[in-house]
Ligand binder design. Structure first.
Ligand code: NAD
Ligand code: ZN
Length: 460
C-alpha cells in the first residue's frame, strides 16, 4: 500500500515562504479514500469551492469523512485503510488550485529587455533603434536640459521625422508634465516609434511615463500605484547620464501627482532597452554625483536591512554595496573606473530593490519631495543623516563618506513649517505601506506612529 507522502507539499510550502514561512502548512486534510489534499489554508479554499460548485452528495461526503493529520505525529489509523493514497500533486484539480494560490505569493516581474554596457556603447544607438522603427513614425529623444548645446546632441542618430525634446528637470517629473508631453506628441505625430530618454533619473522616469501615456487613456495620475497600467506603452529606451537611482532597471516611474508622489509601477514600465555608457556620466558635478550615488547606497542599506530580503535581492544588494564602497570609500580621487563601477552599482542596486523594497529614508524623503520639492538624491541624504535608530552601521558609514567627500547636507529644512504641512508630509510617507513593512515588519504601524514620524520630520 502506498503511504501518503507529504514531502512534495512541504517543498511547495517552503517555496511559498518568500521571506517568512507560512504557519499552517503542516495541516493536511484527508478525504474519504485517504486522498491527500492540500495544506490548511488551501483546504479552506477548497471547502468554499466545494460549497459553491460541487454536487450536494460530494459536499456531504467531504464533510463526513474529513479529518486532519499534523506532520510529525503518528498517522491516523484511517489512512491505513485507504486503498490508494496519492500525493496531492496527482489530483489535477487540487494541485492547480494550490498552484494558483501559491503562485500569487511570488513576485513575477518583468525586467529590462536588452542591455548594452560599455564605454562608447552610445555609438551603437543607430543600429539598436533601426529594427524598432515603424514606418515613418519618429523616434523621440527626451534629453536632459543639462545637455543643451552639448556635443552629445550631435551624436544622436536622427532619421526622418525624429525629434529631440529637451526636458526641463529643474523639478522632479510631474504627472501634468508627462500628460502634456504625451498629448503634444500624439497631436503632432499620431503615434511614435519610440521614446528614448537620455539623462538622470528624472529623464528616465519621464521617458517611461510618456511611453506609457501614448497608449493609455486618461492622465498619468490615474496610474500612480501598483499594476494599474493596462496597456503596453510604445518602445522605450533608457540611457542614464547619472548613476545611482536604478531608474534604468526599475518597474516604476516616480511622478509627483495632484495628491501624491508615487510611481506608475507596472510590468509595462521597464525599459525595452537600456544603454549603459559610463562615458556619459563623466564630469557630473561632485555634489550631484554624490547625492545620486548615495541614492544607490541607501537602496542597498534599505534592501539588505529589510524584512523583504531574499537571496535574489541580497546578491544584487551586496554587489552594489561593495561597488559603492570601492568608489566612495576606497578611492581617493574620482576617475573613469569610478564611473564604470558606479554605473554597475546603480544597476545592481536597482535589481536588488526590484525584489525587495526601499525603506525608512525613502518613505520620509517622499514626504519632503511632495511638500518642499526636495530632489530625490539630496532628500534621501537629508533623511539618512538622522536614521541611526534604524540603520546604525549604514548611517555611520554614510556620515564617513559625507565627510570624506566634503559634501554639504542641508539641515533644518523643516524649521518653520506649520502642523498642517507636517501632516501633509506624514500622510505621503505613511501611505507607502510596502516601504514601511519592508523596513519595520508587518507591525510597522505600531512602531512608526505619527508622533514618532512627526518628531523625525522635526529634526530634519
Ligand atoms: P536628476 O535626473 O533629477 O538630475 C539632477 C541634475 O543633474 C539635473 O539638474 C540634471 O540636469 C543634471 N544632470 C543629469 N545628467 C548630468 C550629467 N551627466 N552631468 C551633469 N549634470 C547632469 O537626478 P537623479 O538623482 O539622477 O534622479 C532623481 C530622479 O530619479 C527623481 O525624480 C527620482 O524620483 C527619480 N528616481 C526614480 C527611480 C525609479 O526607480 N524610477 C528611483 C530613484 C529615483
Ligand atoms: Zn531611491
Amino acid at each position: 500500500m502506498r503511504k501518503y507522502n507529504s514531502q512534495n507539499l512541504n517543498q511547495q510550502a517552503k517555496k511559498v515562504s518568500r521571506n517568512r514561512p507560512m504557519k499552517k502548512v503542516r495541516c493536511y486534510t484527508l478525504g474519504r479514500r485517504g486522498k491527500a489534499k492540500t495544506p490548511g489554508g488551501i483546504g479552506l479554499c477548497l471547502d468554499l469551492f466545494c460549497f459553491f460548485f460541487a454536487s450536494r452528495q460530494k459536499r456531504k461526503r467531504r464533510k463526513r469523512k474529513r479529518f486532519v493529520h499534523y506532520e510529525g505525529l503518528p498517522l491516523h489509523p484511517r489512512q491505513e485503510l485507504a486503498p490508494a493514497c496519492k500525493p496531492a500533486t496527482h489530483n489535477p484539480l487540487y494541485i492547480n488550485f494550490a498552484q494558483i494560490f501559491f503562485m500569487a505569493q511570488f513576485r513575477n516581474f518583468r525586467m529590462v529587455g536588452y542591455v548594452v554596457y560599455g564605454r562608447g556603447s552610445f555609438n551603437q544607438l543607430h543600429e539598436i533603434l533601426a529594427p524598432r522603427r515603424n514606418g515613418d513614425a519618429p523616434m523621440i529623444f527626451l534629453v536632459d536640459h543639462f545637455f543643451d548645446n552639448s556635443a552629445l546632441l550631435n551624436r544622436i542618430p536622427l532619421r526622418g521625422k525624429d525629434k529631440i525634446i529637451l526636458a526641463d528637470v529643474t523639478y522632479e517629473p510631474k504627472t501634468t508634465q508627462v500628460d502634456q508631453l504625451a498629448q503634444d506628441l500624439k497631436a503632432e505625430f499620431g503615434t511614435v516609434s519610440g521614446i528614448i530618454g537620455i539623462g538622470g533619473g528624472s529623464v528616465m522616469d519621464l521617458a517611461k511615463a510618456v511611453a506609457l501615456m501614448i497608449t493609455n487613456p486618461g492622465s498619468s495620475a490615474d496610474y500612480q500605484g501598483w499594476d494599474l497600467v493596462k496597456q503596453a506603452g510604445v518602445y522605450h529606451v533608457g540611457i542614464p547620464t547619472l548613476s545611482g537611482t536604478g531608474a534604468e532597471v526599475s518597474r516604476t516611474t516616480v511622478l509627483t501627482g495632484p495628491t501624491r508622489k508615487l510611481g506608475m509601477n507596472s510590468d509595462f514600465t521597464p525599459f525595452d532597452q537600456i544603454v549603459l555608457d559610463p562615458e556619459l556620466t563623466a564630469n557630473a558635478p561632485g555634489n550631484q554625483r554624490f547625492y545620486t550615488g548615495m541614492d544607490c547606497y541607501i537602496h542597498c542599506i534599505e534592501s539588505l536591512e529589510g524584512t523583504y530580503l531574499n537571496e535574489f535581492s541580497k546578491s544584487y544588494g551586496e554587489k552594489a554595496l561593495q561597488l559603492c564602497r570601492e568608489v566612495f570609500i576606497q578611492k581617493d580621487s574620482w576617475d573613469a573606473e569610478c564611473d564604470d563601477k558606479l554605473m554597475m552599482a546603480s544597476y545592481a542596486g536597482g535589481m536588488s530593490i526590484a525584489y525587495s523594497q526601499v525603506g525608512v529614508a525613502h518613505a520620509v524623503s517622499y514626504g519632503l519631495a511632495y511638500l518642499l520639492g526636495t530632489k530625490h538624491g539630496i532628500g534621501n541624504c537629508i533623511v539618512m543623516n538622522h536614521l541611526e535608530e534604524y540603520y546604525p552601521a549604514g548611517v555611520a558609514e554614510f556620515k564617513n563618506m559625507v565627510q570624506k567627500h566634503n559634501i554639504y547636507i542641508p539641515q533644518g529644512i523643516c524649521q518653520g513649517l506649520g502642523e498642517d504641512q507636517f501632516d501633509i508630509m506624514m500622510n505621503v510617507a505613511l501611505s507607502l505601506k510596502p516601504l514601511w513593512e519592508n523596513a519595520l515588519g508587518t507591525d510597522w504601524e505600531k512602531i512608526m506612529t505619527r508622533e514618532r514620524l512627526r518628531e523625525l520630520y522635526g529634526r530634519l
